[in-house]
Ligand binder design. Structure first.
Ligand code: SF4
Length: 273
């Protein structure tokens, strides 16, 4: 059976397909839920704190004390939601989780001065057409520099990539720059990844060449997805990421069997959401 080709894609889905076509299929097409991971839940918590710190506070009030108060508020809200319960943390693990989130928020202050941030938006949702494909993405923070140029800021709570893998990790970054060009008509002068764990800042400077390369790569990934849909062929691609993959039980590389594919109309609906 040939699948209907989806017409919408996000940068994270592009990265997902590139990393492992089978995991992409199970996640984006079959939409098989993944259990919440401590890393993902903590990332959401810290993102929320930093977004509120910048967006809800005047520059002079963006202090470590304000960040701690925002963390307390976000932690209280999270405590009432099921995803924290599903992590099944005992009291000691819960305290360690909260303390680690606090450390990541503290580390943020060594990466930039929040009082100097001129944000034009947080959680900025962008959507654009690219060669018949609908490309969508959400930017953590969009700043305007003093000279009026745009700067994309992305918070990262996982480990920063080693220099060897840095280039690959910047693929998503250049996709956000491309989205800015397509939707806002303006290419960000800088894309800044704030890695809160180390802490370290990784910076990329988009230019016509990187944007052209990103367009070509995105369309190439899109063609590969189209071919995979036409042939019902989403191969597993084992790598170090398998350690963290929720789909090992459904993966032939681990002795599993993927479920039969959904009908085409469900596949299209899933990717357009
Ligand atoms: S276990 Fe590895 S190869 Fe299998 S689906 Fe997950 S990431 Fe892909």
């Amino acid at each position: 059976m040939s699948l209907s080709v989806p017409r919408s894609l996000s940068p994270s889905r592009v990265t997902s397909f590139t990393a492992c076509p089978l995991a992409f299929r199970l996640r984006a097409i079959d939409r098989i839920p993944e259990p919440p991971s401590p890393h993902a839940v903590k990332g959401t918590l810290v993102h929320q704190v930093l977004e509120r710190l910048i967006w809800d506070h005047e520059p002079g009030d963006r202090t470590p004390a304000a960040a701690e108060a925002e963390l307390e508020r976000a932690w209280d809200e999270l405590s009432g939601r099921p995803e924290l319960g599903e992590l099944d943390l005992d009291a000691a693990a819960s305290a360690a989780f909260r303390a680690d989130a606090g450390q990541l928020v503290d580390n943020y202050f060594s990466l930039e001065d929040p009082a100097a941030v001129a944000a034009v938006g947080v959680e900025v949702s962008l959507e654009a057409d690219l060669g018949g494909l609908r490309l969508r993405g959400i930017i953590d923070r969009l700043d305007r520099a003093e000279d009026g140029t745009l700067v994309v800021v992305d918070y990262k709570t996982g480990r920063a990539p080693s220099p060897r893998f840095e280039r690959g990790k910047l693929t998503g970054v250049h996709l956000y720059a491309l989205l800015c060009e397509l939707t806002l008509g303006s290419v960000p002068v800088e894309v800044r990844l704030l890695h809160l764990r180390e802490p370290v800042v990784i910076t990329a400077h988009p230019n016509p060449q990187t944007l052209r390369g990103q367009r070509q790569r995105t369309m190439a990934v899109w063609s590969a997805i189209e071919r995979a849909c036409e042939r019902d062929d989403f191969q597993p691609r084992p790598s170090g990421l398998c350690t963290y993959c929720s789909y090992q039980a459904l993966c032939p590389a681990f002795g599993g069997t993927p479920p039969p594919l959904d009908p085409p109309e469900l596949v299209t609906a899933a990717l357009v959401r």
